[in-house]
Design a protein. Structure first.
Length: 255
């Protein structure tokens, strides 16, 4: 049976990871639990990730680098749990959600370990399709669709989530985000005139439920969906090739 990993950066986050463990047991998901720091024990993080986990739930506070570091090292879905601290956990939430395109972390709200565990359980089955809820003319939606093409996936467009799909919903912060039972990745959209620091407070407000990628980041929503669909390693080689090509482009900048 496929296992999940719970990995947190500090024992001070015990309340969060114990809540996740309790919910995963309730959902009958097998898991390992490890305390390991991206900054203080990087070699141990690497060693832990050598195991083949289906999903990783990674949590941290403040700079909250651990979920992003984990995502950079594996091609399975990473759910990031921001732990409350300064600024009501806003710093950790943004550090986890605002990942560079191509290296996604699916953020839940601050201290929402139960949401992470519930979505982890949903990811433990095989999904054969992707449903997009959003305007086809939006740049973020177009980038998501273009990304899916690289993996040979043709998304379905609909106005409601499909229980048999990995769903991606593109939403503006001025719209109410209704809680759903299906597996849904939310991609928040901002108009250029609204791209101000104050908008981050709306992000904090809306993430009380669901999985979230960074603002306008349709690429990460798509890659995360492919990683979820990769539970049986069907997309393994394509995801590895995608990562190698991204890395190659970065290094070519040195020429």
């Amino acid at each position: 049976m496929k296992k999940a990993l719970i990995i947190f950066g500090s024992k001070t986050d015990e309340k969060n990871y114990n809540e996740i463990a309790k919910e995963l047991k309730k959902q009958k998901v097998d898991f390992d639990l490890r305390i390991s720091s991206a900054h203080k024990t990087p070699d141990d993080v690497d060693k832990t990730l050598q195991n083949d986990y289906a999903v990783v739930i990674a949590g941290a506070g403040l700079a909250a680098h651990l979920p992003g570091v984990v995502s950079a090292k594996i091609i399975k879905p990473v759910i990031g749990v921001p732990c409350g601290g300064n600024y009501q956990g806003l710093d950790a939430l943004l550090a986890i959600a605002q990942m560079p395109p191509g290296i996604p972390v699916l953020a839940v709200g601050v201290d929402k370990g139960n949401v992470a565990a519930q979505n982890c359980a949903k990811m433990m089955k095989k999904y054969e399709s992707v449903t997009i809820i959003g305007d086809k003319n939006s740049d973020a939606v177009k980038k998501a669709a273009e990304t899916f093409k690289k993996f040979g996936i043709i998304p379905i467009f609909d106005n409601k989530p499909n229980p048999k799909s990995v769903n991606i919903e593109f939403t503006y912060f001025d719209e109410p985000v209704e809680k759903k039972d299906e597996l849904v990745i939310y991609c928040p959209l901002l108009l250029e005139k609204d791209d101000k620091a104050e908008a981050a407070l709306n992000f904090l407000k809306h993430t009380s439920h669901g999985l979230w990628v960074g603002v306008n980041n349709g690429i990460n929503a798509a890659v995360a969906a492919v990683e979820i669909m990769n539970i049986d390693n069907e997309y393994e080689e394509m995801l590895l090739t995608y990562r190698r090509e991204m890395g190659k482009k970065v290094l070519e900048s040195n020429k």
